[in-house]
Write a protein that binds this ligand. Sequence first.
Ligand code: G1P
Length: 280
Amino acid sequence: MGTRFLPATKAQPKETLPLVDKPLIQYGVEEALDSGVENIIVVTGRGKAAIEDHFDRNAELEHELEAKGKADELAMVRRISDLARLAYVRQKEPLGLGHAVGVTRELVGDEPFAVVLADDVIRAETPCIKQLLNIYEFFGATVLAVMEVPPENISAYGVVDAKPVEFQGATDRLFQVNNLVEKPKAEDAPSNLAIIGRYVLAPEIFTALDNTKPGRGGEIQLTDAIRNLMSTAPVYAYRFKGQRFDAGDKLGFLKATVEFALEREDLGGPFREYLKTLAL
Ligand code: G1P
C-alpha cells in the first residue's frame, strides 16, 4: 500500500513513482527482460490502473508527438508499450506478498518463475534476476537474492540461516538455506543475510503457499512459504553482485535518484556540476 511513501502514494501507486523519469516498475520489467524473461505477470490491485496504462499504447499522445515532429519522444513511448508480453492479475485484497505470488498460479503454471519486487531497484552489471537464473539452471532449485545488512536494519527484512556452498570457485556468494525468518528482532536474527526482492522459485511454491498460514503482520508471507517448501526441496541464497536501493523508502529513493541521475548521459554532467555547488 506504499504507506512508507505517503502522501505521494495516497492516490498514486508506488510502483509508478519515477526514478529520474522512469517509473519504478519499468526498472523491474527491464531487468527481467534483460535477464531473458519473456512473459511478465504484474500483480495489481485497487488503485493501480496507472501501471497498466503505462505499459499500454497511448494513441492520443503518439498522435500529438507525431504531429509535432518529436520523433525521439515518439519512439520512447512506443518502445514502452512494445517492451514485453505483460499479463495482469488482480490481488483483490492486500493479504501479503505470499498471497500476491499465489494469485499468479494459473498464469505461471508448472514452471519455475522469477519474482521481482519493484521497490527494490538493483544496479548490476549482470541483471540480478539473470544471476539467480544461472544458479537455478545449475542446481534446479529455488534461489533467493540476499545481501548483508547491519543489525540495526535487519528487522525490516526476511533473514536466512544458511551455510556457504562452493560455487564457481567462491565460498562467499552462495549459501544453502537451513531456515528463514520474516522480519525478526535484531537479537533473534539468525544472520546478517537479508532477503532482497528477487527470487527464482520452483513451481512447488504454490503447494507450499496453500499450507502457509498468516504470519508476521497477519499476512501470508512468501518467506514462510519458502520455509515450507524447504521440507521437500533445497533452497539456496545468493549474495548477488550489484547495488540495491530500497526505493520504497524516502531516503533510499533519494539515493537512487541521485545515483541514476549522475549516470545519465543527458543529465549526469550538469547534475554533477550542480551538486558540486552545494555547500554540504
Ligand atoms: C518483503 C519480504 C521480505 C524481504 C523484503 C525485501 O518485505 O517480505 O522478506 O526482505 O521484501 O525488500 P516488504 O519490504 O515488502 O515488507
